[in-house]
Design a protein around this ligand. Structure first.
Ligand SMILES: Nc1ncnc2c1ncn2[C@@H]1O[C@H](COP(=O)(O)OP(=O)(O)OP(=O)(O)O)[C@@H](O)[C@H]1O
Ligand SMILES: [Mg+2]
Length: 185
């Protein structure tokens, strides 16, 4: 049973980046963010905002051809590990990448990670982005999973990021990340 915050609408790419910057203020080493959305939904754009907020080095672009890219912190904060799991069969592959920065000491953002990245830790933040069919608007929902996000303070901060309606959805129709994880033995 999960709680989902949103959806909230974001009209411009810069609005999505601003969301990412705001989210970054909540993120700390060890956090896992799983991004779900179709091609061009704005997953990489959101990650650009997260990278800006974390003040990491390098331009955040689609990591499609490298699978994962480490953006080192320019300050005292965690590095950003940006993963594109589109062609990744399972999380063992991610371990095999032998990244310079470990999941424990980084913020890890995984595009297309639904159903596999969850195994990286006991907690993650699932974010879905959906393009409006008639406009450039993106609709974003946040679903916190696990003890990392269980506290009232963390939840209030997440809810504030998507100032739209807060939906305590017991039906789970927006919690596809949780549902996708149930199939594995
Ligand atoms: N409101 C909006 N929010 C985010 N992106 C938008 C918006 N309106 C237009 N765009 C455009 O949509 C595109 C989103 O591309 P982006 O690479 O972030 O998507 P993606 O979900 O990472 O795709 P992929 O699955 O190919 O990795 C960008 O070209 C961006 O400029
Ligand atoms: Mg992308």
């Amino acid at each position: 049973m999960s709680v989902t915050y949103g959806p909230a609408s974001f009209a411009e790419p810069d609005d999505i980046r601003a969301l990412g910057r705001a989210l970054a203020t909540l993120l700390r080493a060890g956090d896992l963010v799983v991004l779900t959305g179709d091609l061009g939904a704005g997953k990489t754009t959101l990650t650009q905002g997260i990278g800006a907020g974390l003040r990491v080095r390098g331009v955040v672009t689609s990591p499609t051809f490298v699978i994962a890219r480490v953006h080192p912190s320019m300050g005292d904060g965690p590095d950003l590990v940006h993963v594109d799991a589109y062609r990744l069969a399972d999380v063992a592959d991610l371990d095999d990448l032998d990244l310079d920065s470990s999941v424990e000491e980084s913020v890890t953002v995984v595009e297309w990670g639904e159903g596999l990245a969850e195994d990286l830790g006991d907690s993650h933040l699932a974010i879905t982005l959906a393009a409006d069919p008639d406009s450039e608007v993106r609709r974003v929902t946040l679903t916190p999973v696990g003890p990392r996000w269980a506290g009232a303070g963390a939840r209030a901060a997440l809810a504030a990021l998507v100032t739209g309606d807060v939906d305590d959805s017991a039906s789970g129709d927006r919690t596809r990340a949780a549902a996708a994880g149930e199939g594995s033995p």
